[in-house]
Design a protein around this ligand. Structure first.
Ligand SMILES: [Mg+2]
Length: 460
């Protein structure tokens, strides 16, 4: 199966035959295709429809491919949609401009469907990876609720909104009482179980538009936009009671359970200046009082304003989860490097080929296999062209070869095909034969080495 989902593709081309061919090819691999005959039509479709990927012709009358691309990449909502440009063979400068404007990739017309699919797959995977990373960066590893960074971002938006609309806003800080004792008595696994249960209870007790986050080890925070202090105190008290009643079972074979309590400090925008640091600091003062007054209680920090001594945590430090996240990502990229060094094929700069598919080794190998299947026969075709002085038929072949050799990292082959391609464009016929010879020699070498590699890969 070529694609793992039924992607919705917007195919933009002024040529009717090209549109039909794209629709046919893409539908045959399970994509849903919406065709557009101009840049303007494409933009109007984008405004009303969620699109997974755009295939965009460079040469169109009216709004050109580049102009359309520029508008797409300028619009916040559409920026993330990958765009693959369709270009005729001699549009090198335009391709560079398109890539600079944010196109994901390009395919030369007449396109080879396998190559188009491979590029689409890469672009779609990249977008999904990026999105997953973005989501991950906002989520607390253990509990699945928002993390500190995400809390800060959402809260500063909520505060600006409250300021603009003159709405009240409330911050509440939560700390599980004697949590260290839970870890010491039952171990970290149970400690984690308690944190997860606490977090899911917190998310359940507050409203969907409240911002609920884990901001430290056993510290949680909730921002309640458009809420009065009295309402927030009722919600926090209800949560405190729920937690006091909650039981977390130790494991399956005993009936033993852990019970916990929570201390809560609450501060509203009526008491502090409207700024997140101040509000959190104020809520923290409430929390501090709840702790020192015997825990398991909710404290209204607005009332403590005059006599508080402030101790603030250092938020510039990473939390354990953030450290864990950073470490995991570091080791992931180390593994990626190891994988890159895992195989060598002479004539190919594997790192370049792998970088083209963002280190996705399997995808690179798939593309390499396609490259071999599609172009191993070119050696004979090009040799015949030299023998018969028939350069016309090899023009297109050379151009395609130039593009794909760069994609797979066959850089020497890319260099020699590039020279030949230039000579063909400049109609410098005297140099065709010697350059073609260089291409055949290099192509032959690369294909033999890939063949050897593929054979050994099948053996093992
Ligand atoms: Mg066109």
């Amino acid at each position: 199966m070529i694609f793992d989902k039924n992607y919705k593709i917007l195919a933009v081309d002024d040529a009717k035959d090209s549109q039909m061919l794209l629709a046919f090819d893409l539908q045959s691999v399970g994509c849903e295709v919406i065709s557009a005959g101009s840049g303007k039509i494409a933009l109007s479709i984008l405004a009303t429809t969620d699109i997974d990927l755009i295939i965009l012709d460079l040469h169109m009358p009216g709004l050109s491919g580049l102009a359309t691309l520029e508008i797409i990449k300028d619009k916040g909502d559409w920026q993330m949609v990958p765009v693959i440009m369709l270009s005729s063979s001699d549009g090198e400068n335009e391709i560079v401009s398109a890539l600079e404007l944010g196109a994901s990739d390009y395919v030369v017309k007449p396109y080879i469907s396998k190559v188009l699919f491979a590029r689409m797959r890469t672009a779609l995977r990249l977008r999904e990876k990026t999105k997953a990373l973005e989501d991950l960066a906002k989520t607390d590893f253990l509990t699945g609720i928002k993390n500190r960074a995400c809390f800060d971002e959402l809260c500063s938006n909520a505060i600006s909104q409250a300021q603009r609309n003159k709405f009240p806003i409330v911050f509440a800080m939560f700390d599980i009482d004697f949590f260290k004792q839970v870890n010491d008595d039952y171990g970290h696994e149970i400690g984690d179980k308690v944190l997860i249960a606490f977090a899911s209870c917190l998310a359940e007790c507050f409203r969907d538009y409240d911002i609920v986050a884990r901001i430290g080890g056993e510290e949680f925070a909730v921002c309640l936009p458009n809420t009065l202090m009295d309402e927030a105190l009722i919600a926090c008290e209800r949560f405190r009671v729920t937690i006091a009643k909650m039981r977390v079972s130790l494991n399956n074979d005993t009936n033993k359970e852990v019970d916990i309590t929570v201390s809560i400090g609450v501060a509203s925008s009526t008491s502090a200046t409207l700024d997140m640091t101040n509000l959190l600091r104020q809520a923290d003062i409430g929390l501090y009082h709840a702790k020192s007054n015997g825990r398991n209680q909710v404290v209204d920090a607005d009332q403590l304003l005059d006599n508080a001594i402030v101790t603030i945590g250092d938020f510039s430090e990473y939390t354990e989860e953030e450290k864990h996240f950073i470490k995991a990502r570091e080791s992931e990229s180390e593994h990626a490097n190891e994988a890159q060094g895992a195989f060598v094929i002479e004539g190919l700069e594997i790192e370049i080929g792998m970088a083209n598919v963002l280190g996705d080794e399997q995808l690179y190998k798939d593309i390499l296999l396609m490259f071999y299947q599609d172009h191993a026969g070119d050696v004979i075709k090009l040799s015949n062209a030299i023998e018969n002085n028939d350069y016309e038929s090899s023009k297109h072949l050379v151009h395609t070869l130039k593009g794909v050799s760069c994609s797979v990292g066959a850089m020497q082959l890319f260099e020699v095909t590039k020279l030949l391609d230039i000579a063909i464009n400049e109609k410098n016929e005297a140099s065709y034969a010697p350059l073609l010879k260089d291409v055949v020699t290099e192509l032959n070498l690369v294909m033999q080495n890939i063949d050897t590699y593929l054979a050994s890969a099948t053996d093992s």
